[in-house]
Design a protein around this ligand. Structure first.
Ligand code: NAD
Length: 375
């Protein structure tokens, strides 16, 4: 029988929320400067900040809104939707007053609503930039889903809007609040099993035809934008490093009709300082989900790695014994706390921009067949 790791102390730390205690998966020094230190909004309802979800699709409906029933520092105050038929159910389920319900045309009027402190943009990727910039224009703090945008230029505009507004900005990187992914970061960055030799990861599911995820215009690309971004993130926080170069190849297109505009699958190899390699892949045509680090004294791995829960972790000392959390509730609470305490976000816009830059570099390497250097 395998031994288990995970002392009661570590479980206690995870249960009490490592993120809240200041442990993060990245070094702010890796990122560009940016977070504002202007005074921030104060809570106005039982000490909780009000969040408005923009876009009531699968993720907002299935994950974020239910998580907002479990949060301690924020609550679901409002919605922004282009589909009036959704309103009655949301109103009733989450007790949302009429004055906190907006559509995409009157969205900017949210600036007059004191009950809404935070905008959470949960729209198709290409719409993130516009609705984030308008959110800052309305004087609100903003959480934007991943990927932050579909171009680095859009990321720069979003960061400029944040600076101008003097508000906080966060990306929906929920795995920075997941104990299993935090454990990968701890094992890797603290070299618990020695220096890392290789990191690998893959994320894939079958994407059905007819959705915005298969549209270049809306998604900005294929599975790399949607799923590969988790693998990129996993490699960075497990190694504690940013890549310095990348090569990439597109997978075979066995369904050129469904994948007319975007890649069906793709794989890449990052180079890190010191010779560490990172082999990643993303696909819309198969189920795959892992993050693995090979170190001098053995391998440690999450499989699955990127789910909303039910992660499994394996190390040379046995299986990870960690208590799962509601990742989205932890993520939104951490952002609300960063606002209340005027601290930088753990997953700031600068990190989102960094990752969009890596995604674009992977595409460039795929298109040109050449190694692309990363600064
Ligand atoms: P979805 O298709 O289920 O929802 C998209 C929403 O946007 C819908 O309510 C739709 O009506 C609305 N919308 C407005 N204008 C639209 C337009 N022109 N075209 C299409 N839809 C339009 O998508 P989703 O799975 O909820 O994803 C939304 C965002 O959340 C994406 O950026 C995705 O990457 C991100 N996401 C993140 C996670 C995570 O774990 N962090 C998980 C799922 C999705």
């Amino acid at each position: 029988m395998k031994k288990t790791i995970g002392s009661s102390r570590r479980n206690f730390l995870y249960q009490s929320g490592l993120a809240g205690l200041g442990m993060t998966l990245f070094s702010p020094a890796d990122l560009l400067p940016g977070s504002s230190s202007k005074p921030t909004t104060m809570p106005d309802k039982n000490g909780k900040l009000g969040i408005a979800l923009v876009g009531l699709g699968n993720y907002a409906t299935g994950q974020l809104a239910p998580a907002l029933l479990q949060t301690e520092h924020c609550y679901l105050a409002g919605i922004v939707t282009g589909t009036p038929s959704k309103i009655p159910t949301w109103k009733e389920k989450y007790n949302i007053p009429d004055e906190n319900i907006y559509n995409y045309d009157n969205y900017d009027r949210i600036k007059d609503n004191k009950n809404i402190d935070i905008i959470y943009v949960v729209l198709p990727n290409s719409m993130h930039a516009e609705y984030t910039i308008r959110g800052f224009g309305a004087g609100k703090h903003v959480i934007c889903e991943k990927p932050m945008a579909i171009t680095v230029e859009d990321c720069d505009k979003m960061l400029a809007a944040q600076q101008k507004a003097g508000k906080k900005f966060s990306i929906g990187y929920r795995l920075h609040f997941d104990p299993f992914n935090l454990e990968m970061a701890r094992l890797g960055t603290q070299k618990v099993f020695g220096n890392l030799k290789k990191i690998s990861g893959a994320f894939g599911f079958k994407a059905e035809a007819g959705q915005w995820r298969l549209s270049k215009q809306y998604a900005g690309g294929g599975p790399l934008m949607d799923l590969g971004i988790y693998v990129v993130q996993g490699m960075c926080y497990t190694s504690g490093m940013n890549p310095i170069a990348v090569t990439a190849v597109e997978g075979e297109k066995t369904d050129p009709v469904r994948f007319k505009e975007v890649e069906q699958s793709l794989s890449w190899e990052f180079e890190f300082q010191g010779g560490l390699k990172g082999e990643g892949s993303a696909t819309y045509d198969a189920l795959t989900n892992f993050l693995k680090a090979e170190a001098e004294q053995g391998s440690f791995e999450l499989k699955p790695a990127y789910n909303y829960g039910r992660q499994r972790g394996y190390t040379p000392n046995g299986d990870m014994q960690l208590t799962p959390v509601n990742q989205q509730a932890k993520q939104m609470d951490a952002f609300a706390l960063s606002i209340k305490n005027n601290q930088p976000s753990i997953v700031p816009g600068e990190m989102g921009r960094r990752d969009v830059k890596y995604l674009q570099a992977i595409y460039e390497a795929m298109r040109t067949g050449k190694k692309v250097k990363l600064s």
